[in-house]
Design a protein around this ligand. Structure first.
Ligand code: FAD
Ligand code: UDP
Length: 370
């Protein structure tokens, strides 16, 4: 690599992908500059301590992975607690356990044994006549039957994605386990927890020896910024990077409404999903329960999904066929850029969890420094 530029890597985005890349490259003696348009590091995993409660400013974040190496990797930065995610669904005042498991089936149908639950689901699947599920609705009914679909999936999904469940890909619902045991753990992964001290502490550690500049939008200073780094690592929106030349990729955005309440315990659980169609938010997070807090007050966040438009934060890629085809065209352009690494949820247009983003960043690091 030549020495004409001030930095070896200009990294756009101080989220997980950018931070992991910066940490690893710095360790290898490379000079990195990380920029972010937000006023803080961490991207969507950013947490902020308010009166001892770590508030997940961009929605509930629970770390989970099956990969021991990734678990050890994050644990080198901070210690994790023993939190196990077990959200509650509130359907018009009826309470159900998630993910779909024997507690859910028992509450809904009064069934006691796994055999009875399986028979009930089988009957409903047969009545719906779905052989080969082709969209989220068919996939959901085929997995758990029409009752659960109607009460716990349809309304939530259509709010979350702003699209009919018949127009959404089936992989989205396959994220959730269906279990014939009385186990409310939302994830099947071996390792799970919340970083003690919040996620921001991890990113701070990763960026400890890295130069970071905040409140800078790459696209507003593109020409001068591109001069700074021998190579670029880009973790923003791939369609914006290429000036939307083939068209605009669709995203879902969110509005977070944070409330500070003068009571110790608002809902008795970290995550409560509102699965009816009418309640305008999808879920309420009560942050203290992620870390077994016993403060006298509490902080909650309501999450309202909205359709993304230019200028909004793009939280979720909408991975239907139309958008995936469009992404492929941008990916072809990206592949031609030998000095630019594209990574993370936005630049690869993938519905990635944290562990997947870290794995992707470590893979890029390996390729880069082999
Ligand atoms: P980001 O965190 O989005 O970081 C990208 C950064 O780039 C941002 O800081 C952004 O400001 C910056 N940027 C973008 N464009 C520009 C620009 N033009 N100029 C300068 N800076 C720019 N994962 C889990 O594992 N468990 C969970 O429970 C979980 N819950 C989630 C809940 C919600 C509501 C959301 C939205 C995501 C959740 N995730 C969860 C996923 C997790 O947030 C992501 O996998 C991870 O944060 C992605 O990291 P990233 O670096 O790819 O992207
Ligand atoms: N989902 C649902 N009801 C729920 C929770 C989830 O129908 O109570 C569906 C919904 O379509 C959602 C998907 O399952 O988009 C994935 O849920 P997950 O909790 O993984 O979403 P995330 O945490 O990424 O927002």
């Amino acid at each position: 690599m030549g020495n004409s530029k001030k930095y070896d890597y200009l990294i756009i985005g101080a989220g997980l992908f950018g931070a992991v890349f910066a940490y690893e490259a710095t360790k290898k003696g490379k000079k990195c500059l990380v920029i972010d348009k937000r006023e803080h590091i961490g991207g969507n995993v950013y947490t902020e301590n308010t009166d001892g409660i770590n508030v997940h400013k961009y929605g509930a974040h629970i770390f989970h992975t099956n990969n021991k190496e990734l678990w050890d990797y994050v644990n080198q930065f901070v210690e994790f607690n023993r939190y196990t995610n077990s959200p509650i669904a509130n359907y018009k005042g009826e309470i159900y356990n998630l993910p779909f498991n024997m507690n859910t089936f028992n509450k809904l149908w009064g069934v006691i044994t796994p055999q009875e639950a399986k028979e009930k689901i089988e009957q409903q699947r047969n009545a719906a006549g779905i052989a080969d599920p082709e969209n989220l609705e068919e996939q959901a009914i085929s997995l758990v039957g029409t009752d659960i679909y109607e009460k716990l999936i349809k309304g939530y999904t259509e709010k979350q994605w702003g699209r009919a469940a018949t127009d959404l890909p089936s992989f989205i619902i396959k994220r959730l386990p269906v279990r014939f045991t009385y186990d409310n753990n939302y994830f099947n992964d071996k390792y799970q927890g919340i970083p003690i001290g919040g996620y921001t502490a991890i990113i701070e550690k990763m960026l400890e020896n890295v130069e970071v500049r905040l409140n800078i939008d790459f696209f507003q200073h593109r020409a001068e910024l591109e001069q700074l780094g021998e190579k670029l690592v880009f973790t923003g929106m791939i369609d914006e990077f290429f000036n939307y030349q083939y068209g605009v990729l669709e995203y879902r955005s969110l509005v977070f409404e944070h409330e500070y309440l003068d009571k110790a315990n608002f809902q008795g659980n970290a995550v409560v999903n509102y699965t009816d169609r009418e309640t305008p938010y999808t879920r309420i997070i009560e942050h203290k329960h992620f870390e077994f807090g016993n403060q006298e007050k509490t902080i909650i966040t309501k999450e309202y999904p909205t359709e993304w438009k230019k200028g909004d934060e793009p939280y979720y890629p909408v991975n239907n066929n139309k958008n995936n085809e469009l992404y492929k065209k941008y990916k072809e352009l990206a592949d031609k850029e030998k000095n630019i690494i594209f990574g993370g949820r936005l630049a690869t247009y993938k519905y990635y969890d944290m562990h997947q983003v870290i794995a992707a960043a470590l893979k890029k690091v390996e390729e880069e420094f082999k």
